[in-house]
Write a new protein. Structure first.
Length: 232
């Protein structure tokens, strides 16, 4: 069994799960006239802020999406607490300015990329997309698994050149919420799934090579009003 499968990690899916659980319990207690839920439920934008902070702390994750998520969560929270009267639309000019600053920074600091082997760079992949598209590719000689989260965006994992020993199982943890995760794999890989679709879908479009004894990809996760798709 893959060692990364047993490693506990704080992921956007975990945070959203706890948030939904808490909201559901609070609303249930409110309906039973045991508590007043509004003083608690108005803090729901904290979920967005926590997801952003967790992704920023992940060295393998891009930083643009998490920063936007934190800013949006902070604005919504200030409005919910009536500490400010700012709408998300008011921040669009600021977002344009930040985009321009990033383009300038990328042009000034661009360096020639240093080639990395698969074992160094992409034996394990983490991808996070919020209102954006992210593509990750692995050419690892000993691929060990991946985690992909798409919230109002899309993640594409290209594993067609990744190598896994015959008979071995690797796991991709996928979470799609109003978004999609696409996973590309070789023809000799087999697919098993533990995905739970909630007003969403999991689709396996792969065509396995006849008589293949290759590795197994286990896709586990949740699709909430989104989709997770595996194909060749």
């Amino acid at each position: 069994m893959n060692s990364s499968e047993n490693t506990f990690r704080i992921t956007p899916r975990l945070i959203v799960g706890f948030g939904i659980l808490a909201l559901g319990l609070l609303w249930t207690l409110d309906n039973l006239d045991l508590i007043e839920s509004e003083p608690f439920t108005r803090w729901w934008p904290v979920i967005l802020i926590v997801i952003g902070l967790v992704q920023i702390a992940d060295r393998r994750s891009s930083k643009g999406g998490p920063v936007v998520l934190i800013v949006v969560g902070a604005v919504l929270l200030l409005n919910r607490l009536r500490l400010a009267d700012i709408s998300v639309g008011d921040l669009i000019p600021l977002g344009i300015a930040i985009l321009g600053a990033k383009l300038i920074w990328d042009a000034v600091t661009r360096r020639r990329p240093v080639p990395l082997t698969g074992d160094e760079a992409d034996a394990e992949i983490t991808a996070f997309a919020f209102m954006a598209g992210v593509k990750r590719q692995s050419i690892a000689r000993d691929f060990r698994g991946a985690s992909a989260s798409a919230i109002m965006g899309g993640v594409e994992l290209d594993l067609r050149n990744a190598q896994v020993a015959d008979g071995q199982e690797v796991v991709v943890d996928a979470f799609a919420m109003w978004g999609g995760v696409e996973i590309y794999i070789p023809h000799d890989w087999r697919v098993t799934t533990d995905v739970v679709p909630i007003m969403g879908a999991f689709v396996d479009k792969t065509t396995q090579t006849a008589g293949s004894t290759g590795p197994t990809l286990r896709v586990r996760g949740t699709a909430v009003m989104g989709g997770i798709e595996v194909k060749n």
